[in-house]
Design a protein around this ligand. Structure first.
Ligand SMILES: *Cc1c(COP(=O)(O)O)cnc(C)c1O
Length: 508
């Protein structure tokens, strides 16, 4: 990996020559009238006038679309793609996000013609192959989670939470009272309180104890007949395993409340323990995290929801069921007639291309491979922890699982914050870690290497982090003004979020 150690001042002295691809104009600015990326043969039918054909629907002035040749378009987008950071370029140490490698076998399998071109509205009898894939993935995920029933419909983790809490609500309603509150620990992912609120619940905060876990006595005091559920991330966003989880489940169940597990961090658990075995009633998984399907701009997400049998009647429709076919063989079939269902949460049956990739990942690894993956992910996080704990403050001494959380306490003495260190990391060729999250750690540096990284890559990352810690002591200004090697340095993040410029307008 290229490490750019360019001295900080060079940009301002004007000595830096930007590579031409770093000064890319917009397609609109490159446009020249009459350029085309295609050539059509002469018409062999009479020309028709669009305005006559479309009438009122025809636009009065031509759209200001850019006009370019094919190679100009290709070069434009290829250049832009080189400015991007991607998991295929280097380590992506974002914590809580499990930015792991997307194995090529997944892509190969998902592009098989019969799968890639299957129409979602094909009759069931013609879709038995892809339904078998969906069914097998469901069974694998049930085995991994130890749960009884599952839906693959939700399109993301947050969407899975929404679906899961709808199940909780529907079940409580069937018992006569939807209840009013959902408990959420202060270490929770921000999507958890958002989910509870959008499902009509009041969010009640639960304080973590000194180890970063749930305080059982506080929990017992807070749970009552109006508590619908506790939403718990396990391992938590501190990378800490909630080792009292079975007791937490007992406390909730005694008062008729349910345990929701945010399973986005299952990368630390797969093949080792099963949430269904430690009292979880309903949970979601992130295929785009734990199961190696593309994440972020790389592709649509998928957030399956698995639950215990008593919640199964409420699952979104349709549900995949196996029935005996005419020829004596079993057939898969979508069941719609489910009177207690919360209804559909996604068109078709979710993002099928992601199911194929996730299943390819599961089958390519096999049970032992998945367990090994978990062990490697945890080992990698702990390796980083050991190699950095002399320089960066560890707010929680509890053993780390798949991610390690430091704080900027020691760097703050020199006026350097977690965000500055993260930006300096860009100059060393790495994507920043997760900055200032979880909120209960002031100035958090949250690092999740995943199992994808080799020892060599981990060592490079550790060297970069150690070099930055030295810079913080010797030349803090260098860190505070980073990055120095990028096309633009510090952006006005507030302006960018509050007043984004989303539309190009031609110059007057
Ligand atoms: C990523 C994540 C989510 C949300 O998942 P999305 O797919 O981004 O909606 C929820 N909880 C935790 C703990 C996460 O890490």
């Amino acid at each position: 990996m290229a490490i750019n150690m360019e001295p900080a001042g060079s940009r301002t002295t004007g000595k830096v020559r930007l590579h031409p691809t770093q000064n890319e104009a917009l397609l609109f600015e490159k446009s020249a009238p009459g350029k085309r990326a295609y050539k059509l043969p002469p018409l062999d039918v009479p020309a028709a006038d669009a305005a006559t054909l479309l009438g009122e629907a025809h636009r009065k002035t031509a759209a200001a679309l850019p006009e370019l040749s094919e190679i100009e378009i290709i070069r434009h987008f290829t250049r832009l793609s080189t400015w991007n950071y991607a998991i295929d370029l280097g380590m992506y140490p974002l914590g809580s996000c499990t930015m792991k490698y997307n194995p090529r076998v997944n892509e190969f399998v998902s592009r098989i013609e019969g799968l890639a071109e299957a129409h979602p509205y094909r009759p069931e009898s013609h879709a038995q192959g892809v339904l078998e894939i969906i069914d097998l993935l469901q069974r694998c995920l049930l085995e991994i989670t130890g749960m009884d029933a599952i839906t693959l419909q939700p399109a993301a983790g947050a969407h899975g939470e929404f679906t899961g809490i709808l199940l909780v609500r529907a079940w409580h309603e069937s018992q006569g009272n939807p209840r009013r509150r959902i408990l959420i620990p202060d270490s929770a992912h921000g999507t958890n309180p958002a989910t509870a609120a959008i499902c009509g619940y009041t969010v009640e905060n639960l304080k973590s104890n000194a180890d970063g876990g749930i305080d059982l006595d506080a929990l017992a005091r807070q749970v009552d007949g109006e508590t619908a559920a506790l939403m718990l991330t396990n391992p938590s966003t501190l990378g800490v395993f909630e080792n009292q989880i079975h007791k937490i489940a007992d406390i909730l169940h005694e008062k008729g409340a349910l345990l929701y597990m945010d399973g986005a961090n299952m990368n630390a658990l797969v093949g080792k323990v099963r949430p269904g075995d430690f009292g979880v009633d309903v949970m979601h998984l992130n295929l785009h995290k734990t199961f190696s399907t593309p994440h972020g701009g790389g592709g649509p997400g998928s957030g399956p929801v698995a639950c215990k049998a008593f919640l199964e009647p409420f699952l979104p429709t349709p549900v995949l069921v196996r029935k005996a076919g005419n020829n004596g063989l079993s057939e898969l079939h979508w069941e719609y007639d489910r009177p207690q269902s919360v209804g559909r949460v996604r068109a078709f049956y979710g993002n099928t291309g992601m199911f194929i990739r996730a299943l390819a990942y599961i089958l390519a690894n096999g049970p032992d491979g998945l367990r090994q993956t978990t062990e490697d992910a945890v080992l990698n996080a702990n390796y980083i922890r050991k190699k950095l704990e002399d320089l960066y403050e560890l707010p929680y001494k509890t053993p780390s699982m798949h991610e390690v959380v430091f704080s900027d306490k020691r760097q703050l003495v020199h006026g350097v914050k977690t965000g500055d260190i993260a930006k300096r990391l860009i100059d060393y060729g790495f994507h920043p870690y997760t900055v200032s999250f979880p909120l209960i750690v002031h100035g958090a540096l949250m690092i999740e290497p995943t199992e994808s990284e080799s020892l060599e890559e981990l060592d490079l990352f550790i060297e970069a982090m150690r070099a930055i810690a030295r810079e913080v002591e010797e030349t803090p200004e260098l860190v505070k003004t980073a990055p120095h090697s990028t096309r633009v340095s510090r952006l006005d993040e507030v302006q960018a979020a509050r007043k984004p410029v989303l539309r190009w307008r031609p110059a007057e």
